[in-house]
Design a protein around this ligand. Structure first.
Ligand code: ZN
Length: 65
């Protein structure tokens, strides 16, 4: 399998306040992931290549993985 470049960063769930890490593919603007604590689908997006913190908002769509 070809390796895909990913960026990992932290997010803070706006619902329960839990902090965790998530990964975005290099070519991905945003991703929908479930909060690892309360399972709310969260849309995380990168603030830029240098930032280790993702912008996060509650997603309208369910998490895809
Ligand atoms: Zn949460």
């Amino acid at each position: 399998m070809a390796e895909k470049a990913t960026r990992s960063g932290t997010y803070r769930c706006p619902v329960c306040g839990h902090r965790d890490t998530a990964e975005l593919a290099e070519d991905q603007e945003s991703a929908v992931i479930p909060c690892s604590y309360c399972n709310t689908p969260l849309e995380v997006s990168s603030r830029g290549a240098d930032s280790l913190r993702f912008r996060v908002q509650v997603s309208e769509q369910p998490a895809r993985r």
